[in-house]
Design a protein around this ligand. Structure first.
Ligand SMILES: C[S@@+](CC[C@H](N)C(=O)[O-])C[C@H]1O[C@@H](n2cnc3c(N)ncnc32)[C@H](O)[C@@H]1O
Length: 244
């Protein structure tokens, strides 16, 4: 009889996943930005800039970057809301936040859980979350929290991994994500940290499922834009009136 190995903790939900995810990002924090540049072929800042543009922010707005990690969204958000605006970055991995502190001045940075935001109801104009939603233990709850803190009419921009959908190139890109990235991670001296990326991407919501989850959380006007052959997907949505 074969021995069945337990699934890795990041494929669990709730507390077990949160602990595994915190450990992973504590480990990769020092090299996170460099590897992000390699894996995105230097494109991730363009995708972030596009996401921020779609939010149509005004000077003086309040914005929250959830799961802010090393803070690459923060300077773009500061630029969009100006000196009179408020930029908040939250993450539950302190080592990632330490890097965020070096990227922008004047942002309010804090340790916070996406599933229980330390932010008042209807207090922010927009929320960004880059490659964060796939990592939380309960994505539906995180979306509900985003809806709670957003003003009616406020906007959310979610950048995430997705299933590549371009003809011909799509399956090749998928293969790269599933097999090349974990190997690359090992060559770069990591353990399972980049297998994590491949495995969670393979199990992540489809575009349609994420759209439905947004609608269930009280969002509407959902828009979708694909990058890198559909390997990366931006969902944008508006916080509708009333409570879901
Ligand atoms: C892939 S990194 C993305 C970082 C950053 N947003 C970016 O665009 O590069 C995912 C981040 O989500 C954070 N995270 C995961 N689950 C979280 C939770 N429940 N609450 C707060 N942060 C969380 C991790 O600590 C990590 O920094």
């Amino acid at each position: 009889m074969g021995v069945q190995s337990a699934p890795p903790p990041w494929l669990a939900q709730g507390k077990a996943k949160a602990e595994a995810v915190q450990e992973i990002f504590g480990t990769v924090a020092p090299t996170y930005d460099r590897v992000n540049g390699w894996l995105s072929f230097g494109q991730h800042q363009k995708w972030r800039a596009h996401a921020v543009t779609t939010l149509q922010l005004s000077q003086g707005d309040a914005v929250l970057d959830l799961c802010c990690g090393t803070g690459d969204f923060l300077p773009l958000l500061r630029n969009a809301v100006g000196a009179s605006g408020t930029v908040i970055g939250l993450d539950f991995a302190r080592p990632m936040l330490e890097h965020a502190r070096t990227k922008t001045s004047g942002a309010i940075l804090g340790v916070g859980d996406a599933l229980s935001l330390p932010i008042a109801d209807h207090s922010v104009d927009a929320v960004t979350i880059g490659w964060g939603l796939r990592n939380v233990g309960d994505p539906a709850r995180a979306l509900a929290e985003m809806a709670r803190v957003l003003k009616t009419g406020g906007r959310v921009a979610i950048l995430e991994m997705s299933q590549p959908n371009a003809p011909i190139i799509g399956p090749i890109a998928n293969w790269g994500c599933q097999f090349v990235i974990p190997k690359f991670g090992r060559i770069a001296g990591f353990g399972d940290e980049y297998a994590y990326l491949a495995q969670t991407t393979a199990r992540w919501m489809s575009r349609r499922e994420l759209t439905d989850a947004l609608k269930s959380a009280g969002f509407g006007n959902v828009g979708i834009k694909n990058f890198m052959f559909g390997n990366i997907c931006l969902h944008t949505a508006t916080r509708m009136e009333g409570n879901p």
